[in-house]
Write a protein that binds this ligand. Structure first.
Ligand code: NAP
Length: 483
């Protein structure tokens, strides 16, 4: 099956922070892949912007190096790379200064989509928005893309929303959560809402519990300073994991469009119960396997930030009352694996003697690695010897189902193309972000008020012991973390 690629409208995309890590690793290689796939019209342009003085030729050379580092050799034929680089330009600009803005304005063309990617520290978002407006560079149809973190609590998120709203309408603001750009995450919506099979069972009557896991093997590495100010709750749960939870728990939107989908997600966040402190476990990784521990990584021996958090969450509405959602995320764990697992209840009565072989049906949505969806079902163990049960996966992995041509686009490239199309479905709305902070703030405040200390855990494990207890005491257990 050959995938259909529909070119987007011609655009001028300005990347503020074009010399930074995110641009080099994700944004520029991602744009190249979309160019190669035929999704960027030949007239579209990418304009790099940062304070570093350089000309367009130097920016192209930097971008060529980024493509060599981050794009598979089979996907970067020299001719295509050169054609892409010829679409690049560069302006030296200071978000807080006056230099460079006139030059940027002169580069923008009338009659094409204008998009501005704020791949800079959040402290500069307001400066950029204000200068784009003041210099007449942004028009009423222009889009801005803002990176995480979007605030560090409700008050700062509100302030940031207000700053952006002073210059741009909500329909122009694209708050990126790259988890929403993942193929499998979108497929979750297709599986739920394009099939009759799952939705009738998608409720507390039939679902025993849901587990969402985002496990990493790396530590905080060179980002220690940044990470220590946030911790896993702010860095992962408030945004990415909350978005995943919303997509699982939401009611069917009346249509797959931005307003409808985001309205339903917002309702889920508003239905979240406050979390009982007894239902949260925090951890910090210890040193091991020749690697420093968390406290050494962040160079703060008194740090109380968590590199691991597990929590039990209740969605208080008719659909989910009584079905817990268990969330866990951490660094330096046993394996790099992100997945959502929906565990169904037992059949009301077993007609088989072989109860030993029986396992629950589980729908596993795998985000990384090996994106795909598996439904664990019971069948008869093949061969003679009577009726013995065994569990097998019904494998809905894309590579297998759709053939090798189904190259899975990276989340960033997919989301950038959505910005150009003007489709906000997979971006967070301002009220969603604020509601998520309103739920998160009291949890973090509680830790601070109680002087709560994370529990140490050994690297290469599945996290602190107490996290196991969080499930055990409910008669359940975490799925094994494995690649
Ligand atoms: P970075 O490597 O520190 O790059 C920052 C960029 O901003 C550089 O290009 C820098 O270039 C530019 N810059 C700094 N001050 C500026 C100013 N006054 N005016 C104009 N440009 C300025 O940061 P990053 O890792 O790419 O992250 C960028 C944003 O993405 C941040 O909001 C971050 O939280 C978010 N993010 C990053 C990642 C990631 O994996 N890196 C993941 C998720 C979110 P000059 O020094 O040349 O000005």
């Amino acid at each position: 099956m050959v995938s259909r690629v529909i070119p987007v409208e011609t655009f001028d995309l300005v990347i503020f922070g074009a010399t930074g890590d995110l641009a080099r690793r994700k944004i520029l290689p991602g744009l190249f892949r979309r160019f190669r796939a035929g999704q960027m019209t030949p007239e579209s342009r990418v304009i790099g912007a940062a304070r570093t003085e350089m000309d367009a030729a130097a920016f192209r050379a930097q971008t060529r190096a980024a493509i060599e580092d981050f794009v598979d050799p089979a996907q970067r034929q020299a001719e295509t790379v050169e054609a892409f680089l010829s679409r690049l330009d560069y302006v030296a600009i200071d978000a807080r200064g006056t230099a460079g803005w006139a030059a940027l304005g002169a580069l923008m063309r009338p009659g094409v989509v204008r998009a501005f990617y704020f791949s800079v520290a959040p402290g500069l978002f307001g400066d950029l928005a204000e200068r784009l407006h003041r210099n007449g560079i942004a028009d009423t149809d222009s889009r801005i893309v803002v990176e995480k973190p979007f605030g560090r609590d409700l008050a700062s998120a509100r302030a940031l929303n207000a700053t952006l709203a002073a210059h741009f309408d909500e329909r122009q603001i694209y708050r990126i959560d790259h988890y929403l750009g993942k193929e499998t995450v979108q497929n979750l919506m297709a599986v739920r809402f394009a099939n009759m099979l799952f939705e009738p069972l998608w409720n507390a009557q039939h679902v025993d519990h849901v587990q969402i896991t985002v496990a990493e093997t790396v530590g905080v590495g060179g980002r220690g300073g940044y990470y220590d100010k946030s911790g896993a709750m702010r860095d992962m749960v408030q945004n990415h994991m909350m978005q995943l939870l919303c997509l699982i728990a939401m009611e069917p939107p009346y249509h797959f469009d931005p307003a409808a989908v985001r309205d339903e997600k917002l309702k889920v966040i508003r239905a979240l119960d406050p979390v009982d402190p007894a239902d949260i476990v925090r951890g910090q990784y210890l040193a091991g396997a020749g690697q420093p521990g968390y406290l050494a990584d962040v160079e703060n021996p008194a740090s109380r930030s968590e590199s691991y958090v597990a929590l039990k969450v209740h969605v208080s509405n008719w659909r989910w009352k009584g079905t817990p959602f268990y969330l866990r995320t951490g660094k330096r764990l046993r394996a790099r694996a992100s997945e959502i697992a929906i565990t169904f209840k037992e059949p009301p009565h077993s007609i088989f003697d072989d109860v030993q072989g029986w396992r629950e049906n589980v729908l596993v949505i795998r985000l990384q690695p090996n994106e795909g969806i598996n439904l664990m079902v019971m069948i008869k163990e093949p061969g003679p010897g009577g009726m013995r049960l065994t569990q097998v996966p019904l494998d809905m992995s894309f590579a297998k189902a759709l053939g090798a041509e189904a190259e899975i686009a990276d989340a960033y490239e997919r989301l950038i193309m959505d910005v150009i199309r003007g489709n906000q479905t997979l971006f967070m709305r301002g009220d969603e972000v604020e509601a998520a902070w309103a739920w998160t703030d009291p949890i973090i405040q509680g830790w601070e008020d109680r002087g709560d200390r994370p529990q140490p855990y050994d690297p290469g494990t599945s996290g602190p012991e107490d996290a196991l207890m969080l499930m055990h005491r409910d008669g359940r257990r975490w799925r094994e973390i494995r690649e």
